[in-house]
Design a protein around this ligand. Structure first.
Ligand code: CA
Length: 231
């Protein structure tokens, strides 16, 4: 059985209950929220695998909740909308929802959509290292101890370089955009030109690549960004 936690945000108690019992019967653990504020608090506290988010909530709108979650997480979000709200749908997808489903919906369809998205995400974002230790070729990364070694020699990284390296090894199949890498390396508040990230990448390559000009670990994906090539 799956141990995945799904956050269901819905102010209509009847829908909340029906969806909860459906998901629990499929082996998911359900965390319930009846408004946006509660949803954001619970999202912070729990390790959520997917969010099912009603668009019309009594306090902050589902759109805003979606936007706030997206500001800090790539967790899959499925929006629940009423028929009359369909013009919001494009907006919903624009603000970063992965999918939407229109009420009234069939429970079977809802369960199927959730399964598809969770399967897709676990394929895309499969962490490369199972523990806090990673070894590839001549690189050894001890995540917990903050130690990087190459050919047995310890290499010192700056905080930004370390953050970048961890993101790359954690999600080796993902192509990171410059914007994403800036957030990872420097934090959201950074407002600089996005090519700044290229110099961090360049420095990181100098430290870990055999031939920095022909990198094997931090690979450029033209027109998109960078990905980890050490898989
Ligand atoms: Ca509602």
């Amino acid at each position: 059985m799956s141990e995945k936690k799904i956050l269901v945000v819905e102010d209509e108690v009847k829908i909340l209950e029906v969806v909860t019992s459906l998901l629990e019967s499929r082996g998911y653990q359900v965390i319930q929220a009846v408004d946006g504020k509660e949803a954001l608090v619970l999202f912070e506290r729990e390790n959520i695998s997917l969010v099912l988010l009603d668009l019309m909530l009594p306090d902050i709108s589902g759109e805003e909740v979606c936007h706030k979650i997206r500001g800090k997480s790539r967790v899959p979000i499925i929006m629940l909308t009423a028929k009359a709200e369909e013009e919001h749908l494009l907006n919903g997808l624009h603000i970063g929802a992965d999918d939407y489903i229109t009420k009234p919906f069939s429970l079977r369809e809802l369960a199927a959509r959730i399964e598809v998205i969770l399967r897709r995400v676990s394929g895309e974002l499969k962490p490369l290292y199972q523990s806090n230790y990673f070894e590839k070729g001549e690189l050894v990364i001890d995540v917990e101890a903050n130690i990087l070694k190459k050919r047995g020699q310890q290499i010192k990284l700056t905080r930004s370089e370390w953050n970048l390296l961890l993101a790359f090894i954690k999600y080796p199949n993902k192509v990171f955009t410059r914007d994403e890498l800036i957030q990872i390396a420097l934090g959201e508040e950074y407002g600089g030109y996005d090519r700044t990230i290229d110099s961090h990448i360049k420095n990181l390559r100098q430290k870990i690549e055999d031939v920095p000009k022909s990198p094997a670990y931090i690979v450029t994906v033209h027109g998109k960004g960078y990905k980890f090539g050490g898989v």
